[in-house]
Design a binder for this molecule. Structure first.
Ligand code: NAD
Length: 369
């Protein structure tokens, strides 16, 4: 039986509650599809600071290195974070360190609005068109956030100048474009590449490299769109998008705009991919939301974002497409059956039932069986 080694880092707040449900679902889907998820749990975030004195202990990092993928919960507790220096806080010391350590250059954020949850979307129903099902592919390690020089300098007389530098090299654009085209092949086979080629040199190179990369994917339709228009189109006609390919900053902004269309953070998974190997792609999978301390420990959190993150892991790191699709279908089934955690509950809706974290996880696992 094929075995996949997974590091499960639940972290803080709702992390352990939603992780428990995702691991439950992974075991069920493994039995059904004939693979063994070899899961090792390890502390991260405040849980690790309390246990081992640091947000990312060496043993946790070593486990990640030995694994084929990391399934991550969330880290950070706003009430405790200020008690230690910024660089020791979980988001920097654990999350950013892992991203750097594993050279996670591609961020995938699927945004799918279940038709039964159209009430949770801020757009009117007629604007939702045929339904919202978008994958934002964001370059994560280049562009304006990391380019050098990056500084603030004095121009004298109390006048300062701040400089950020946007740089992209051909190889950086090519590899993220390939991720987008490959992902599109698993979906509706359309890539919308976002740039600002009318103003930025980076945009001209981006458009040029993406166009050339598209030649290897004749089955995928490529279109280009300026970022300002893309921001507008997302709220005017979101159903025109399948895969949106973005450089770092544009992806940061547009992925949050797209996320708002799904109605709740509790529904949104994400993947960050590293180097592509022959058989597996190392990946880091986590819910789009944070540790939600306001609802932690109360069986109120929606586990769907974590469960769908596990599905992304099966698809993108292990190539287990049918198993991933089965988890997604099981989530749809639970929603269609009327199960709702508090974040997606609309008291005016008929035929729905308010449930807790555990019950939602159980229902999804049962729908798989
Ligand atoms: P948050 O995403 O934790 O919470 C925002 C709101 O969304 C809250 O009302 C919360 O209850 C709700 N929410 C989030 N996930 C939910 C779920 N699964 N089910 C139901 N409701 C859900 O953002 P925040 O409050 O700004 O941050 C809390 C902590 O999380 C902070 O310490 C922050 O730094 C950290 N954080 C961590 C990550 C990460 O680990 N990747 C990401 C974002 C924030």
């Amino acid at each position: 039986m094929k075995t996949f080694k997974i590091a499960a880092l639940a972290g803080d707040g709702i992390g352990p509650e939603v992780m428990r449900e995702a691991l439950k679902v992974l075991q069920v889907v493994g039995r059904k599809f004939g693979f063994r998820p070899d899961i090792t749990e390890a502390p991260v975030g405040w849980a690790a600071i309390d246990a081992a004195g640091t947000a990312l202990p060496d043993r946790t990092l070593a486990l990640c290195r030995e694994s084929q993928a990391i399934l991550f919960g969330s880290v950070g507790l706003p009430a405790r974070d200020p008690s230690i220096p910024k660089e020791a806080r979980p988001e920097r010391a654990a999350l950013l360190r892992i991203r750097k350590e594993f050279n996670l250059f591609a961020n995938l954020r699927p945004v799918k609005l279940a038709s039964a949850l159209s009430h949770a979307c801020p757009l009117a129903r007629e604007r939702q068109g045929r339904g919202i099902d978008i994958l934002v592919v964001r370059e994560l390690t280049g562009g304006l956030y990391f380019g050098r020089p990056k500084k603030t300098e004095s121009l004298g007389n109390g006048n300062f100048q701040a400089i950020d530098t946007m740089t992209y090299a051909t190889a950086e654009i090519e590899r993220i474009a390939r991720v987008a085209f490959e992902a599109a092949r698993l979906r509706r086979k359309k890539v919308t590449s976002i740039d600002k080629a009318n103003v930025l040199e980076n945009g001209v190179l981006w458009r040029d490299v993406v166009t050339r990369a598209a030649a290897a994917y004749p089955d995928v339709t490529l279109e280009h769109m300026f970022v300002d228009n893309a921001a507008m189109q997302l709220v005017l006609k979101p159903d025109q998008f399948d895969v949106m390919l973005c450089e770092n900053m544009f992806g940061d902004i547009l992925s949050d705009e797209a996320a708002a269309l799904a109605g709740s953070l509790g529904m949104l998974p994400s993947a960050s991919l590293g180097a592509t190997g022959a058989e597996t792609t190392f990946g880091f999978y986590e819910p789009a939301g944070g540790s939600a301390p306001d609802i932690a420990g109360k069986n109120l959190a929606n586990p769907i974002a974590q469960i769908l993150s596990a599905a992304l892991m099966l698809r993108h790191s292990f190539g287990l497409h049918a198993a991933a699709a089965a988890i997604e279908a099981a989530v749809d089934k639970a929603i269609i059956a009327g199960l709702r955690t508090g974040d997606i509950f609309n008291p005016g809706e008929t035929g729905v039932r308010l449930v807790g974290t555990r019950e939602m996880g159980d229902a999804i696992a049962a729908a798989l069986g």
